[in-house]
Write a protein that binds this ligand. Structure first.
Ligand code: ZN
Ligand code: FE
Ligand code: FE
Length: 266
């Protein structure tokens, strides 16, 4: 049995996840996971994707919920995190928000390129109007801007643009190299996220190619299932461990009070 932490769990507050946090914790205990972190979708200014996140006024309920599950499951290490969207123009809002709360872990995500919610089923048709390579370029350029803000601990689902199977035929090595050099320079970790196994791309985020480049650059990784239901906690972690070992990794990291703590892949 593998023993990777699951540092990417959602709660019903985001309006598209099911199950109480206690049920997520119970699944982690049943699977023998050493640690979990809740990272629900961050409140954002009202104009940004309000239907898939808690509001700012609901945020205290999130905090209370995590305190409650910590008391209810005292033998499991449970961290208080957030999945924070990087959207140019919202840095002031987000910076103030992140500084105002005692997070253990801040996961930085890109889900939109301008008005194109590229990972949203609702915009699936838009993909056929766009040049796939250009979308990928735009995405990985935004990754660099995300890293430069220094607001985040790790880059979530690093190649989320592949979610629906849109992968350019071009050599992606230089694009990954440029983005990851910046990730490394600004001290960001990257996430190995198993949700891709459950999506149309049928592959962990990131690809083996991207992960090998990250390993060569010495970039730390954090593992997460991106569970939106209790049954998804720790899902695909055997595959994740195999992918990590194949790319050269012998340890993963977890975060506590925004500090990175390495732990071996057993
Ligand atoms: Zn979600
Ligand atoms: Fe996400
Ligand atoms: Fe997520």
């Amino acid at each position: 049995m593998n023993m990777l932490p699951d540092c990417h769990l959602h709660t019903p507050l985001c309006k598209h996840a099911a199950g109480e946090p206690e049920a997520y914790a119970d699944q982690a205990i049943a699977k023998g996971l050493p640690e979990i972190a809740f990272t629900d979708h961050v409140p954002m200014p009202a104009w940004y994707d309000a239907e898939s996140r808690m509001t700012e006024s609901e945020f205290p309920r999130y905090r209370t919920m995590i305190e409650r599950v910590r008391k209810a499951r005292p033998n499991l290490a449970i961290r208080f995190g957030i999945e924070a969207d990087f959207v140019p123009g919202t840095e002031d809002f987000l910076g103030k928000f992140l500084a105002s709360h005692p997070f253990d872990y801040v996961l930085g995500s890109i889900h939109t390129l301008g008005d194109f919610g590229f990972d949203n089923e609702r915009y699936a048709a838009e993909w056929s109007r766009r040049d796939v390579f250009t979308v990928w370029q735009d995405y990985f350029r935004l990754v660099q801007l995300l890293a430069k803000t220094r607001m985040f601990d790790a880059l979530a689902h690093p190649d989320l643009v592949k979610k629906f199977g849109h992968v350019p035929k071009e050599d992606l090595g230089p694009m990954f190299q440029d983005a990851l050099a910046c990730v490394k320079e600004y001290g960001l970790a990257i996430e190995v996220n198993t949700a891709g196994l459950r999506k149309k791309c049928r592959e962990i985020y990131p690809s083996r190619r991207l992960l090998e480049i990250a390993f060569d650059l010495g970039i730390p990784v954090v593992t997460g299932s991106d569970a939106h239901a209790p049954s998804e906690v720790g899902a695909g972690f055997d595959e994740a461990a195999a992918l990590l070992r194949g790319a050269g990794y012998r340890e993963v990291s977890r975060f506590e009070k925004r500090r990175r703590i390495p732990c071996p892949i057993s």
